[in-house]
Design a protein around this ligand. Structure first.
Ligand code: GDP
Length: 340
């Protein structure tokens, strides 16, 4: 059953049953992580919706304007806001609803439907059937790139894979050391080079070692700060070329790490990086620390790139494979509860 049908059922009084189903399908632990990690975003979002409806009398232009403002301030982004408001207007007119509860249901159902329509591709990592799976992590400094490499390394290792990490962020002071600390803690080997050294040579060493010693995954922490897009492009192309030479299937994933607390800035960064290289997935960190978690909807709408992981806390297990049902249900469940 699709997400849309589930949400519809939740609105018709089956919310407890729907919650149980989603919980069972993922696992109560995962559901709990989304529940806690999305607390701030959920509260912000349901407060806005509550405000919107507190003075509700009828559907008029003011209502649509307030609705737009609510979406903008939940950081879902400009384009998604316009698309949402237009679709909500159409649905309200088509279904001819006037009662507050019905309008609220239409608002939420439209959100879910638009999200579902834009939802393509899988959240699972692409893998290499003939050798080590190579994953490049890109993103500006401070977004949580190195931490995400460590957390994903930990999870892959827990799943029984042989993991190698490459500290190719040779330009940021301390980045190599930081990855070494993760490596020691997780007992995952880290390939390093000299600070300020050539990142591509670290990548070369890592892929050569991975081939020779039959590693399943090579996680590459790349440099975040390269002054211009042209430099960034050149650097990433060089890294990819070197990997392709050693590993015929090349790179399986280029994951862009974004800090959700930066809201619309994250969206701008995603666009810039996507112009410099082909991004295959997003890692949205620090969702737990922000009320701007609506940015997940914005990036999904504006860029055709799947969100693959979300950071819901500081622990290694808090970086979770993105699950649209858990995300959406945990975003809107307080709005549904207000119904009763
Ligand atoms: P980098 O410069 O992109 O490599 O960033 P770091 O990996 O050094 O991370 C910057 C900070 O963000 C660190 O203090 C991390 O602990 C923190 N951080 C990363 N991901 C998350 C997350 O999902 N939730 C929270 N609360 N903090 C995070």
């Amino acid at each position: 059953m699709g997400l849309f049908d589930r949400i519809k059922r939740a609105f018709t009084g089956e919310d407890a049953v729907v919650k149980e189903e989603i919980e069972k399908e993922s696992s109560p632990i995962v559901f709990d992580k989304y529940d806690k990690g999305m607390e701030k975003t959920r509260k912000n979002f349901s407060d806005r919706i509550a405000d919107l409806f507190s003075g509700f009398r009828e559907i008029d232009e003011d209502f649509y304007e307030d609705l737009e403002e609510a979406f903008i301030s939940a950081d879902v982004g400009f384009n998604m806001t316009i698309a949402l408001t237009d679709a909500i207007r159409d649905n309200i007119e088509e279904q001819n609803v006037t009662r507050m509860d019905d309008v609220k249901r239409v608002v939420i159902e439209t959100m879910v439907r638009i999200y579902e329509q834009n939802e393509s591709g899988t959240h699972e990592l692409n893998t290499n059937p003939d050798g080590p799976t190579v994953i490049l992590f890109v993103g500006v400094n401070g977004v949580g790139k190195t931490t995400s490499v460590g957390k994903i390394g930990y999870q892959l290792k827990q799943d029984g894979h042989k993991v190698l990490m490459a500290a190719a962020d040779t330009f940021r002071a301390g980045a190599v050391e930081q990855l070494n600390v993760w490596g020691e803690r997780l007992d995952i080997p880290v390939v390093t080079g000299p600070e300020q050294g050539d990142p591509a040579s670290v990548v070369f060493d890592a892929v050569t070692q991975a081939n020779k010693e039959n590693y399943d995954y090579v996680l590459v922490d790349t440099a975040g700060r390269l002054q211009t897009k042209a430099n960034l492009m050149k650097e990433l192309e060089k890294i990819k070329r070197i990997i392709e030479r050693e590993n015929p299937n090349g790179v399986q994933e280029v994951l862009l790490v974004l800090d959700a607390t930066t809201g619309q800035n994250a969206l701008i960064q995603a666009k810039q990086f996507n112009e410099a290289t082909e991004i295959t997935g997003l890692v949205l960190t620090k969702l737990d620390g922000t009320a701007k978690g609506g940015v997940v909807l914005g990036v999904r709408y504006d860029l055709d790139i799947p969100v693959k992981y979300v950071g819901l806390g500081e622990q290694a297990t808090d970086l979770q494979v993105f699950d649209a049902e858990n995300y959406m249900f945990n975003l809107i469940k307080d709005v549904i509860d207000e119904e009763e």
